[in-house]
Design a binder for this molecule. Structure first.
Ligand SMILES: NC(=O)c1ccc[n+]([C@@H]2O[C@H](COP(=O)([O-])OP(=O)(O)OC[C@H]3O[C@@H](n4cnc5c(N)ncnc54)[C@H](O)[C@@H]3O)[C@@H](O)[C@H]2O)c1
Length: 330
């Protein structure tokens, strides 16, 4: 079923986390589709460089605000956007540093959960009725076999995963009063230009400091699915314009079982011109406490809707390694 959503027609939309990796690409896509886009970011991880193209667009404006702070949301953001006719909020803001949330659980309480809770308060106040939410594979915790949208019980092993799951829950609850439609996208690992974090980003920054040896956390056998950010956006926009349920929950990812970290290390060394460097593994089956070392998705629900990825995890890694190596000179 194809529905008319704000994605199909020109309208004013709000994007949280707009200066981040995925948010900034989303902003560019929404601007290209003719929308007026208002971005919000507190630049804890987002950068001005990521939104340099958007800044040149007359249909783009950006509010610098902390969405975890209800006072800022109500006193700063609300007056700036009230009455603009925003129907849809794309909520991308969150903590994206999972280990940081293991050391200090408040990080994910604030930046992953409260940003969602306060975004819903804002949504109610401006009378918006649709939210598209960036959730994560981390909600599944460690489970055997392919992860399906109805896999469970959901027992996350990181605070990040826990606060994403709590965010999904509060989004669902809001469909009983404020929301006419919610899209919950469970992303895999997403890669591509403008990276602000993640395995390729980390490897390149390590190589910037030292070119003859690359330290890899864990034993290199961790294996996860990867999707290029451009395909992720294709999938999100496709789902948003082809679904009309009150709650639309989708895994988004490649159709394979992922790429081992040792192959990612090799791809990054090749893309950055350091193929001769030694790889030193720190050992253990995972990179950090809270890391899910192996998982893969079942994406048949998305395929049944009519969208399939045109790239494998391996192809996404190779492309992103080249793109990020051009951004992060080693
Ligand atoms: N990149 C991935 O592999 C991946 C995987 C699963 C889920 N996700 C989710 O996708 C979304 C985007 O992730 P990303 O990779 O672009 O990360 P990112 O860190 O580049 O983007 C998140 C943005 O949110 C902003 N932000 C954080 N806390 C904020 C706050 N309190 N107030 C206002 N802005 C705040 C940051 O400054 C940043 O620009 C996040 O919700 C993330 O959890 C990403």
């Amino acid at each position: 079923m194809v529905s008319q959503t704000s994605v199909d027609s020109e309208s004013t939309v709000l994007v949280t986390g707009a200066a981040g990796f995925i948010g900034s690409h989303l902003v560019d896509r929404l601007l290209a589709a003719g929308h007026r886009v208002i971005g919000i970011d507190n630049f804890i991880r987002g950068t001005e460089a990521n939104i340099a193209t958007a800044r040149t667009h007359t249909n783009f404006s950006l509010l610098r605000a902390d969405l975890a702070d209800e006072t800022q949301v109500m006193d700063l953001v609300l007056p700036a956007i009230q009455g603009l006719g925003i129907a849809t909020i794309w909520h991308m803001a969150a903590n994206s540093d999972i280990p940081a949330g293991v050391f200090d659980p408040k990080v994910d309480y604030r930046d992953t959960f409260l940003t969602t809770f306060n975004t819903l308060l804002l949504l109610r106040r401006i009378g918006a009725s649709r939210i598209a939410f960036a959730s994560s594979s981390a909600v599944y915790g460690e489970q055997p076999g392919a992860l399906r949208e109805n896999s469970g019980p959901l027992l996350p092993i990181s605070n990040y995963g826990a606060m994403k799951l709590a965010s999904e829950a509060t989004v669902c609850a809001a469909t009983t009063d404020a929301l006419s439609r919610a899209w919950i996208f469970r992303f895999p690992n997403v890669v591509g230009p403008r990276g602000t974090h993640g395995v390729i980003f980390d490897f390149l920054h390590k190589l910037k400091r030292r070119q003859d040896e690359l330290e890899v956390l864990g034993d290199g056998a961790q294996q996860k699915p990867y999707l290029h950010v451009h395909l992720l956006l294709d999938a999100m926009l496709y789902i948003a314009s082809h679904t009309a349920d009150r709650i639309n929950l989708y895994n988004i990812g490649p159709e394979d079982e992922g790429v081992p970290v040792r192959e990612i290390a090799a791809a990054v060394l090749e893309a950055s011109g350091h193929s001769g460097a030694a790889i030193r593994y720190t050992g253990g089956d995972r990179g950090w406490a809270g890391d899910v070392p192996r998982f893969h998705y079942a994406v048949d629900k998305l395929a049944a809707l009519g969208w399939r990825p045109s790239q494998s995890s391996c192809e996404a890694i190779r492309q992103a390694a080249r793109e990020l190596a051009a951004e992060i000179k080693t």
